[in-house]
Design a protein around this ligand. Structure first.
Ligand code: ZN
Length: 243
């Protein structure tokens, strides 16, 4: 089985289309989505529609999905993110918002794979894993060999037993039996590791490998839509630098 794992699409239609095209080229069998389909960028309706129509084994809820689905006050978001969430709420249908609200915080696929947007220790509190120390709390709740996460928009692979952290970008990482891995797959729609290309992962269960792929997309087109929608300029600017 060959899975494509995608996360943090953030309403970036151009990026999503480019990633799906690449995944199809790689002949993946199924998609696993780690959440934040909406937020920040200007195509939430179209991105929700595409994700709902994909052949997915699981779709997990992200913090932007949760907030876009609610009517509550927006606390804990920077002003630009909050503005984008309010704008997103106004775009989505009630039906799409109910669908976002219904997504689970975590899901297990077979015995070996767990999916969560932020962390396994407290998925609903949206903590960030930036290094092996913050990874440790999540790893202590991880009973499967692999746990895939998103949320930071920075791809990274943590090996619990060797403490080795690698970014896994454009290189095949062989999974060692008996090791436990926490894999951040990066972001499709708003990468933040200084590389503006979209990020997603392919996990081959027979070859026992993971590879993080980076894909170019039409950034300018996405930026034009952000500005035309009246969303904060900074949200367009950051896409060009991957921050
Ligand atoms: Zn996100």
């Amino acid at each position: 089985m060959k899975y494509a794992l995608i996360s943090d699409i953030h309403a970036n239609l151009e990026a999503l289309q480019a990633v799906l095209e690449k995944a199809n080229e790689l002949e993946v069998d199924q998609f696993l989505c780690l959440g934040d389909v909406v937020g920040y960028n200007a195509e939430p309706v179209e991105c929700v529609k595409i994700i709902r129509s994909l052949n997915t084994g699981a779709i997990i809820k992200g913090n932007h999905d949760e907030n876009a689905a609610q009517d509550s006050e927006l606390t804990g978001f920077n002003p630009q993110a909050a503005k984008a969430i309010q704008w997103t709420r106004d775009q989505l249908s009630e039906e799409d918002r109910e669908w976002l609200a219904s997504l689970p915080y975590r899901q297990t696929i077979g015995a070996k794979v767990t999916l969560v947007h932020a962390t396994l220790d407290m998925p609903h509190l949206w903590g960030y894993i930036f290094d092996r120390f913050t990874a440790a709390a999540s790893l202590s709740y991880q009973f499967s060999q692999l746990c895939f996460v998103g949320h930071t928009h920075v791809p990274q692979i943590y090996d619990k037993y060797t403490d080795i952290v690698q970014n896994g970008v454009d290189q095949v990482v062989n999974l060692e039996p008996g090791h436990k891995y926490l894999i951040n797959i990066g972001s499709v729609g708003q990468p933040r590791d200084g590389d503006p290309r979209s990020s997603f992962a392919v996990h081959d269960t027979e070859e026992r490998t993971i590879e993080i792929h980076r894909v170019e997309y039409d950034i300018q087109k996405c930026q034009d839509k952000i500005l035309a929608a009246g969303l904060p300029e900074r949200l367009a600017a950051r896409l060009a630098v991957g921050r």
